[in-house]
Design a protein around this ligand. Structure first.
Ligand SMILES: *[C@@H]1O[C@H](CO)[C@@H](O)[C@H](O)[C@H]1NC(C)=O
Ligand SMILES: *[C@@H]1O[C@H](CO)[C@@H](O)[C@H](O)[C@H]1NC(C)=O
Ligand SMILES: *[C@@H]1O[C@H](CO)[C@@H](O)[C@H](O)[C@H]1NC(C)=O
Ligand SMILES: *[C@@H]1O[C@H](CO)[C@@H](O)[C@H](O)[C@H]1NC(C)=O
Ligand SMILES: *[C@@H]1O[C@H](CO)[C@@H](O)[C@H](O)[C@H]1NC(C)=O
Ligand SMILES: *[C@@H]1O[C@H](CO)[C@@H](O)[C@H](O)[C@H]1NC(C)=O
Ligand SMILES: *[C@@H]1O[C@H](CO)[C@@H](O)[C@H](O)[C@H]1NC(C)=O
Ligand SMILES: [Cu+2]
Length: 563
């Protein structure tokens, strides 16, 4: 994310540039990522940690993942980008080559970045952005982390234009290994027919109060079907590729499901097949069965699906909850979207010839827009931290600034990114975070091995998926109402996550251990909210951070800018 002011002109210019491009009628299916539909090839187990090297080459092209052609960003000429894989303890060395006409920056969602906080990929917090034509190599250890993660651009709302992919860390000691035969990765994404640059220009226009833009389609692992029939005369092609996951009867499949959306809430299910949840955002849980899995943005689950039904085809449903998508009639951007909320793919048994499944959905009644019931999620090993040593809260509100532009505020303060990343200010200049402007929304946590407790109050009617960088946290409690209800606190075996919902008209309390020197973003993952300032910085153990040496590559990017 960059300053709205700085990037605004760029957004407008890009908007003009993009809309002037000819609309291609070509249907290029080669840009889908086939690896999303093939069981994972697991990296070989090694005695010593390996360095897993990848190159991510970012480019722009005209493409129609759902039947409508628009300017799309691709990574290695694919969408979603490559699945990055490692084994527990390995290092990643990932070179990001920016061939886009705009700046970028890459975030490894869920990675602790212990000792490498400058590679967390957040402009204005951990690094200066990667200018067009340049590249940056991110190097970090997976340390003790395992499980299902993802990577995405953290520059403006760019990931929603296509810059994202899965990141999987395999665990040779995974207690579930014997319970499945193959692994698949699934990404769920809401898709728009305008670029985020165009949408942001509308969204950030003075006087706009219509809420988040409405998506046009939902994509399963990059494949979607725009509802062409619903918009006569609209330039789109029917019969675009459907996401098909092939299974063999009698085998068991681990599906790693990642909600990579910018706005939409999904309810994921596979007709006729129960799902056994085994992992929630990198933490093993005591297995439990569900028929429907609710996922908010950035949340991840691993489930085991047994191919134990008649060898036919079954609908995979990633139903977007209409209730969770605000649409205030003609004041909302793209309010007349023809989106089909019933996003589908196919689970196809080997030998099945049934191309159009006739399976029926599960019909359990789940509350949309919320987390999976926390009571179901019991970590395999429960070791929540003790009572907090530092407690803070944020009150989320919306407003408009002096220019009439929408803003989101935490304790009355909308975050304004700084040119110089906070991490560099602290390490290079030893700036005391207490002296930073209010608009930095920065809070210091300096009690080594202490326990931080954050409560977010949400007085508005949207659900906000909050993500904390650099950590997992224990979800101590949440609820509706304007006051915390401590009677619902779970301090014995609470869920462990890195992204959780702050319910509409409600609150959420999390705890984490203060043990990772760095400056970490804590923000709503609805990109539209993030862009208007629903963002805080957690400055952790800055005395230790000051002693760390920033790589020349990170210093160099800023040297060319404000530094
Ligand atoms: C993905 O996250 C969005 C935004 O929180 C949510 O609306 C959507 O339902 C989620 N999708 C799934 C499958 O959970
Ligand atoms: C928007 O909708 C309202 C209420 O339905 C209607 O009165 C108004 O004329 C509409 N405005 C536009 C520009 O279509
Ligand atoms: C979506 O699914 C619901 C429930 O099954 C159904 O009532 C509705 O007609 C479907 N909508 C479309 C556009 O297929
Ligand atoms: C936000 O405001 C509340 C109420 O005044 C206060 O208790 C809390 O500490 C503030 N949070 C921060 C991060 O300053
Ligand atoms: C949050 O802000 C709203 C709007 O100003 C206010 O009504 C509410 O009491 C505040 N909540 C807390 C916990 O401070
Ligand atoms: C936010 O501003 C309102 C109105 O000025 C004030 O009443 C409230 O105390 C402020 N809240 C915080 C947490 O500073
Ligand atoms: C916040 O909640 C309080 C108490 O329910 C209510 O009086 C107030 O109108 C709300 N403010 C906003 C901005 O929603
Ligand atoms: Cu939000």
């Amino acid at each position: 994310m960059r300053t709205i002011k700085n990037s605004f002109l760029l957004i407008l210019l890009l908007g003009v540039f993009v809309s002037a491009m000819p609309v291609s009628e070509k249907r290029d299916t080669s840009l889908y990522n086939d690896n999303m539909f093939t069981p994972l090839t697991i990296p070989e187990k090694t005695d010593k940690p390996q360095t897993r090297k990848y190159t991510l080459k970012l480019s722009q092209t005209q493409w129609a993942p759902d039947g409508f052609t628009r300017s799309t960003y691709l990574v290695n000429n694919q969408y979603p980008g490559p699945i990055l894989q490692a084994n527990k303890g390995d290092w990643f060395s990932i070179t990001v080559e920016n061939d886009l006409p705009v700046e970028t920056s890459m975030h490894w969602h869920g990675m602790f970045q212990r000792g490498t906080s400058w590679f967390d990929g957040v402009p204005s917090v951990s690094q200066c952005s990667i200018t067009p034509g340049s590249s940056l190599t991110y190097e970090f250890s997976t340390n003790e982390q395992t499980g299902t993660y993802w990577w995405h651009s953290h520059y403006n709302a760019q990931y929603m234009d296509g810059i994202l992919g899965a990141l999987i860390i395999h665990d040779p000691e995974d207690p579930n290994l014997k319970d499945y035969d193959y692994e698949y990765v699934v990404t769920l994404t809401d898709w728009y027919h305008q670029t985020t640059a165009d949408l942001l220009a509308l969204f950030l226009a003075p006087g706009y109060t219509g809420g988040n833009p409405v998506p046009d389609a939902g994509l399963i692992s990059g494949k979607g079907q725009f509802n062409c029939d619903a918009k006569p005369g609209y330039p789109c092609k029917k019969d675009s590729d459907v996401a098909v996951y092939k299974v063999q009867k009698g085998k068991k499949y681990r599906f790693r499901i990642i909600n990579t959306s910018g706005e939409a809430f999904y309810m994921f299910s596979i007709d006729g097949h129960k799902m056994k949840v085994i992992e929630v955002e990198g933490t093993y849980v005591q297995p439990f069965e569900v028929t429907q899995l609710p996922l908010h943005i950035a949340q991840r689950y691993s489930v085991i699906v047994e191919a134990n039904q008649d060898a036919k085809d079954y609908w995979i449903r990633a139903t977007m909850s209409k209730e969770c998508i605000f649409n205030n009639g003609n004041t909302t951007i793209n309010h007349d979207s023809a989106i089909n909320y019933n996003v589908t793919g196919i689970l196809s048994y080997e030998g099945s010839s049934n191309k159009s499944p006739d399976s029926t959905p599960f019909t359990d009644d789940l509350t949309p827009c919320r987390n999976l019931d926390s009571k179901l999620i019991k970590p395999l090993t429960a070791s929540p931290p003790k009572e907090p040593t530092q407690t803070i809260s944020y009150n989320v509100t919306f407003g408009t600034n002096a220019m009439g532009v929408a803003e989101a505020l935490l304790n009355n303060s909308s975050y304004v990114p700084d040119k110089i990343p906070t991490t560099l200010r602290i390490i290079n200049d030893h700036v005391d975070v207490k002296t930073m402007p209010t608009s930095q929304n920065i809070e210091a946590f300096n009690d080594d091995k202490g326990v931080a407790e954050i409560t977010v109050y949400n007085n508005n009617s949207a659900n906000h998926p909050f993500h904390l960088h650099g950590h997992i946290f224990w979800l101590i409690g949440d609820g509706v109402g304007t006051e915390i209800d401590k009677s619902v606190y779970n301090t014995v075996d609470p869920p462990v996550r890195d992204t959780t919902i702050v319910p509409a008209k409600g609150w959420t309390t999390i705890r984490f251990i203060i043990d990772n020197p760095g400056v970490w973003a804590f923000h709503c993952h609805i990109e539209w909210h993030l862009q208007i300032g629903m963002f805080a910085q957690i400055a952790e153990l800055t005395d230790q951070l000051k002693l760390q040496k920033i790589p020349d590559s990170i210093q160099g990017f800023c040297a060319n800018k404000a530094y």
